[in-house]
Design a protein around this ligand. Structure first.
Ligand SMILES: [Zn+2]
Ligand SMILES: [Zn+2]
Length: 420
């Protein structure tokens, strides 16, 4: 038997309503703030991620699904959501339109070759929001506030906002020199990849899965102590806005977010669970990425949120919404020869916006009732009874078990009124 590849997960009919529900909430919250949906391809040229995400990151070095297509081009399945959006903004010259550009993506498949034992999927789905064209920390604050509101809407509480600054192209190089100088004596305590990273990109040592928690790495100099005036002012202003709108936050110098493109603000939303703090999602500012990928200098900030992660958390906390009934109305036939009349009636009900079906399994009346009960139909309509001679049908309310004779002419109105 052929099984699904490791690290992938089906969304089955009985659980897809959860996805549709969270998607609806995400769309609503994004569109209320003026964001419109963007959809980009599942695969891109590998070079986009080498340049965009950074060729010394764990994602690029260890986790990408990269292959050569039949035209001998190197292709990669999206390992994160932002680079593709930036590529689309540049290629379609969206930056030449009115700024800011506010875009969200939803249900975007993300592929990372991770160890499935870690409980992480190799294909998961993300919701993300990207805000292009503004240098103002109010853009950073907007995304943090939207994320918080969304998570609260899902019933996830005990949330905390953690912020940090990653500096910019002006202040980061001198900090990286300090970091190199600090790390060099500990070279032999680091993993083989990080031995090389000390020279190439010492920031990535700080979020290396092997080395990040070693005491030597915990004691490194901090970017936040070496910010230039511009970065410092941005960070202070962000804090002032969060204070003003009464969003509590913690400054957390350990946030470096495993991607190279972040500048200035980086943030995470964490959740207190079983006495420890766990990051749920995060994002940050990437003022250099649009120009790095060939567009004009365009500041930007964004976040990504794993959708499976949210559903898992809601399931752990027992706060998932109940499944809606599959149908409002099931139209039963008393005799086999009434089947086509029941079929016709179910079509008429559907045209009026009522979720309806009739028997396609040649079941007895008793078995049809059992089925209607199982799928949670609110009403059963029975065609072919003695009411037929009066141009009417019997309607049974499945909750109250009350049965009423309703004229066929009034049936739709009756069901619409009683159904709510
Ligand atoms: Zn700076
Ligand atoms: Zn390492």
């Amino acid at each position: 038997m052929i099984q699904a590849p490791r690290g992938t997960k089906d969304v089955l009919p009985q659980e897809s309503y959860l996805w549709q529900w969270i998607e609806q909430e995400m769309r609503t919250i994004a569109e209320k703030a003026g964001y419109r949906e963007i959809r980009t391809p599942v695969f891109e040229h590998t070079e986009l991620f080498l340049r965009g995400v950074g060729d010394t990151t764990d994602i690029v070095q260890k986790e990408m699904y990269t292959f050569e297509d039949k035209g001998k081009r190197s292709i990669t399945l999206k390992p994160e959501g932002t680079a593709g959006v930036v590529r689309a903004v540049i290629e379609n010259r969206l930056y030449a339109d009115t700024l800011p550009i506010k875009a969200y993506y939803i249900n975007s498949p993300i592929f990372r070759y991770e160890n499935p034992q870690s409980g992480r999927l190799r294909e998961h789905h993300q919701f993300g929001m990207e805000f292009f064209g503004s240098l103002s920390p109010s853009a950073d604050a907007e995304l943090i506030v939207i994320l918080l509101a969304l998570l609260k809407r899902f019933g996830i509480n005990n949330l905390a906002v953690h912020i940090n600054s990653n500096g910019c192209e002006k202040c980061r190089p001198s900090y990286l020199e300090k970091l190199r100088g600090y790390l060099k004596p500990y070279r032999n305590k680091l993993c083989d990849t990080c031995k090389i990273r000390i020279e190439q990109n010492p920031l990535r040592v700080l979020d290396c899965k092997i080395d990040a928690d070693k005491p030597e790495v915990r004691g490194t100099p901090l970017m936040i102590d070496y910010l230039c005036d511009e970065c410092d002012e941005h960070f202070e202003n962000l804090k002032a806005i969060l204070d003003k709108i009464e969003v509590p936050y913690t400054i957390d110098t350990s946030i470096v977010r495993g991607l190279d493109y972040y500048t200035k603000t980086v943030f995470e939303i964490t959740m207190q669970t079983k006495g420890r703090e766990m990051a749920l999602c995060g994002g940050g500012r990437y003022d250099g990425l649009v120009s790095e990928l060939g567009g004009p200098v365009t500041p930007a900030v964004g976040f990504g949120l794993g959708m499976e992660r949210i559903i898992l958390e809601m399931s752990n906390q027992n706060i998932l919404p109940a499944a809606p009934p599959i149908l409002d109305v099931f139209v039963c036939n008393l005799q086999k020869e009434d089947q086509s009349e029941a079929f016709l009636l179910s079509q008429l009900l559907r045209q009026s916006g009522i979720k309806a079906d009739s028997d396609h399994m040649n079941r007895s009346l008793k078995a049809q009732f059992k089925y209607a009960d199982k799928i949670g139909a609110k009403f059963v309509v029975i065609v072919g009874g003695e009411e037929e001679s009066r141009g009417a049908v019997a309607v049974r309310n499945m909750n109250t078990k009350e049965q009423t004779e309703v004229s066929k002419n009034n049936l739709i109105q009756f069901l619409l009124e009683k159904g709510n």
